[in-house]
Design a protein around this ligand. Structure first.
Ligand code: TMP
Length: 205
């Protein structure tokens, strides 16, 4: 049995992940590839409970370290009970966000040290890594204007323009550090142009 591929999609809030996720699922289904769509934080029963704690506006005062630890607690459950078993069965897995988000949000946005995040990554992931990461990049003002149109913003979406600028820069830094895995996609173009960039990448898998 051939191991499945692990694809992650990431970017600042409002980068347009949802539309592109629909496209990727359709594209892979047409190729008769069984794809499991999942997300972070979340993806498992326990992970979804942790997600509720993380994004609820009731927990406004959460310490940044707690936020990072909860992200990795949910991720540990996700990898060990859902992602790895699926890949071993030969299914493909598409995750809406993954570890790069911790570097961008908790590292870039919250200013936590990269060494700390790497420590957790080494513990929880060991050498497990996505086959490809689609990084949707948009100017923060555009992302924020899309988030504004949502009915209710979650705890993290309530952050400032400066915070999201640091998040965006964090993602761009990661893509420079891992240029083979992380594909930086200009998602400020039309939907079709963005989809086309993704299609070209998927064809290489
Ligand atoms: P979502 O809005 O894309 O579903 O993600 C929920 C929020 O969680 C989003 O604002 C990004 C944030 N997040 C982190 O801060 N760190 C992480 O490691 C992950 C996976 C998500």
């Amino acid at each position: 049995m051939q191991r499945g591929k692990f694809i992650t999609i990431d970017g600042v809030d409002g980068a347009g992940k949802s539309t592109q996720i629909d496209f990727i699922c359709d594209y892979l289904a047409k190729k008769n590839i069984n794809v499991i769509l999942t997300r972070e934080p979340g993806g498992t029963e326990l992970g979804e409970k942790i997600r509720t704690l993380l994004i609820s506006t009731d927990t406004q005062s959460m310490h940044a370290d707690t936020e990072l630890l909860l992200m990795f607690a949910a991720r540990n459950e996700h990898i060990k009970t859902k992602i790895t078993p699926a890949l071993e069965k030969g299914d493909w897995v598409l995750s809406d966000r993954f570890t790069d988000a911790s570097y961008a949000y908790q590292g870039g946005g919250r200013g936590l040290s990269v060494e700390l995040i790497t420590l957790l990554e080494k513990w929880v992931l060991q050498d497990f890594t996505p086959d490809v990461t689609l990084l949707l990049d948009v100017p923060v003002a555009l992302g924020m204007s899309r988030v504004e149109s949502r009915s209710r913003k979650d705890r993290i979406e309530l952050e400032t323009h400066d915070f999201f600028n640091r998040v965006r820069n964090g993602y761009i830094e990661r893509s420079k550090q891992f240029p083979k895995r992380i594909k930086l996609i200009d998602a400020s173009k039309t939907l079709e142009q963005t989809t086309q960039q993704i299609k070209t990448i998927l064809q290489t898998l």
